[in-house]
Design a protein around this ligand. Structure first.
Ligand code: GRF
Length: 212
């Protein structure tokens, strides 16, 4: 994967969501608290793969443009992927953030945004990729889990790792209690990582991500 292009200042973020959008909210709060110039980035639009979700309502409350691309509204998965890429590109992002976006993007999207498309995942990759990471880790009986922020490649949660946060299991954890503790760590890590990528730039050599 090549070095990322020089970001504009502040970096333009398009955030993709599918659910409650608390990771999106953490980014919005960081920009509001520090100011876009000091934080190094601003959210310019929020996209989703489904309507009527709290993630989109958070964006609307923040006065941001939103867009929805549902797979079922397109004749093929590839057509959906191309439409999603177009909708994102319209907002000229420097970085695209998948924050609880529950879809795997395809070749068109990666051709345009590969190397500047990051995802947050609620497990310590490469353990427990996929949509059921928290339950899978719990069922496996792990003693520690956490979250991973990584660049997206053509695989499932398999791209170069940028940062990870650790969460210890408790005896009485269920999937919901564990996921909430992971999300606490995840939100802070996402805010920190996006700010650092935007302010300091980064290189990706093979699997190794470096932020100067
Ligand atoms: C996060 O834990 C993310 O890693 C996972 O879904 C959750 C999204 O939470 N894929 P939210 O929508 O940001 O509240």
């Amino acid at each position: 994967m090549a070095a990322a292009p020089e970001p504009a200042s502040p970096a333009r973020l398009v955030v993709l969501v599918s659910g409650s959008g608390t990771n999106l909210q953490a980014l919005l709060d960081a920009v509001a608290e520090h100011g876009a110039a000091a934080y190094g980035a601003e959210v310019v639009a929020v996209g989703a793969d489904r309507p009527d979700i709290e993630g989109l309502r958070r964006a609307e409350r923040a006065g941001l443009p939103t867009f929805v691309e549902r797979v079922r509204d397109h004749p093929t998965r590839a057509a959906w992927d191309a439409a999603l890429a177009e909708a994102v590109a319209a907002h000229r992002p420097d970085l695209v953030v998948s924050a609880g976006f529950m879809k795997i993007v395809g070749a068109d999207f990666l051709a345009r945004f590969g190397g500047r498309f990051i995802n947050t995942h609620p497990a310590l990759l490469p353990s427990f990729p996929g949509a059921h990471a928290v339950g899978d880790a719990l069922a496996h009986g792990v003693k520690v889990t956490g979250c991973t922020i990584h660049f997206v490649d053509a695989g499932i949660d398999s791209g170069p790792i940028i940062a990870q946060g650790v969460v210890e299991l408790r005896e009485d954890d269920d999937e919901s209690s564990l996921h909430e503790r992971i999300k606490d760590v995840e939100r802070r890590l996402l805010v920190e990582v996006v700010g650092r990528l935007a302010r300091d730039g980064y290189t990706v050599k093979g699997r190794k991500v470096s932020i100067p």
